[in-house]
Write a protein that binds this ligand. Structure first.
Ligand SMILES: [Fe+2]
Length: 384
């Protein structure tokens, strides 16, 4: 979505006759958003993507989401959550509301089916592991610290090369680059912490022209189905447009630092309806001689803050491990734990890597999160 991309063979105009070497018409598909009024791409298939031979129920596990009550700050050891087999089966919900569902997924198996979420974009953060996202747009290889942005309606499968751990965000709408980072023509501004070169598009592969029975698991806002397609979804000879899956690695995020503490909006990466995403990456600390380099106490009363801890020394938090999630709830004040400010004052930099999502509606808690909760966390600010 950051820029226009074209790949493979394309006819000179859209919506005209376009034939293969045998004289057969390619099958044009429009993948559009907001009906026909937002970004879109045109794909040219060897065979019609509409050829479905069967539709079957897809019974998915469901988890109850309960209110954060009594309202408090919480900490979840998510590495203790169960692992699954493949990238979809392994998703274990942690937190959610009507705008977003946040899950953990740890898996080793390749999906032997395709998956398509048409309820909103997905934002996958790769904590560890590498592999490939296979899509009709081509292959998108992933590595640690990648964000994979997958537009609603994209058909894909995940083929890990090694054990992979992801933080999964299923969003209600589009995942976008914040407007403040774009100029009036859509180009990323000079002050943005990333640049168009930092975004990776899929690499189109030779079309797979097999005929058979290809399973596509379709999800849309709690409605699920298995579609059996007559032709392989990756039979595309060319595509172009603004709507496609892409990757951004947060190691390429150029942090903005200042003389005094910079608030979370300078760490913004993406946004979606009801949610804002940030990345806290290794960076120099504030350079005023009396600067306090870690955050002040605060209660962000209009949003719930979810931090996922990836690596490094999380010096403003006590008892946090890699893979931990903290939920700092609207109305529950939080900040550095006792002693953290004093111990930060002689530091010039941090090696922490954490990613955050703020939600503007209260988050509910999924049962698997409660099962791995550090129940004493809300007391961790007590003064000895
Ligand atoms: Fe906070």
């Amino acid at each position: 979505m950051p820029v226009y991309v074209r790949a493979g063979q394309l006819p000179p105009k859209r919506h005209i006759q376009f034939r293969n070497g045998a004289g057969t018409l390619y099958s044009e598909e429009l993948l559009s958003t907001k009906g026909f009024e937002s970004v879109y791409s045109l794909l040219y298939h060897e065979h019609p993507p509409t050829a479905i031979s069967d539709v079957r129920p897809w019974k998915r596990s469901s988890y109850a989401l309960v209110p954060n009550e009594p309202l408090r700050n919480r900490h979840f050891f998510t590495t203790r959550a169960p692992h699954g087999s493949d990238a979809i089966d392994a998703r274990v919900p942690m937190l959610g509301n009507d705008d977003i569902l946040i899950s953990i997924a740890e898996f080793t198996d390749a999906m032997d089916y395709f998956y398509r979420n048409v309820g909103g974009d997905e934002l996958l953060f790769v904590h560890s592991g590498s592999g490939t996202l296979q899509t009709p747009f081509g292959n998108l290889d992933y590595r640690p610290h990648d964000y994979l942005i997958i537009p609603s309606g994209t058909t894909y499968r995940v083929v890990p090369a090694e054990q992979t751990r992801m933080l999964v965000h299923e969003c209600r709408g589009m995942v976008k680059v914040p407007r403040k980072y774009r100029n009036e023509f859509g180009q990323l501004e000079e002050h943005a912490p990333y640049y168009e070169r930092d975004f990776r598009a899929p690499v189109l592969q030779a079309p797979i022209t097999e005929r058979g029975a290809f399973e596509i698991r379709v999800a849309h806002s709690g409605r699920n189905a298995i579609h059996i397609a007559q032709f392989h979804p990756c039979d595309v000879v060319g595509w172009d447009g603004y709507c496609y899956p892409y990757a951004f690695n947060v190691d390429d995020f150029a942090p903005i630092v200042g003389q005094l503490h910079q608030p979370p909006p300078v760490h913004a990466t993406f946004e979606s309806p009801g949610a804002a995403f940030c990345a806290f990456v290794p960076r120099l600390f504030d350079f005023h001689p009396l600067a306090v380099p870690i955050p002040y106490n605060h209660a962000s009363v209009d949003c719930d803050e979810v931090l996922y801890y990836v690596s490094g020394n999380f010096m403003s938090r006590r008892g946090i491990l890699e893979g931990s999630i903290t939920l700092h709830a609207a109305g529950a004040t939080h900040g550095p734990q006792p002693g953290a400010i004093e111990s930060s004052l002689d530091k010039n930099s941090t090696d922490e890597l954490a990613v955050m999502v703020d939600t503007f509606a209260p988050l509910l808690i999924a049962q698997p999160a409660i099962a791995c909760e550090d129940e004493a966390y809300f007391r961790s600010w007590m003064v000895p």
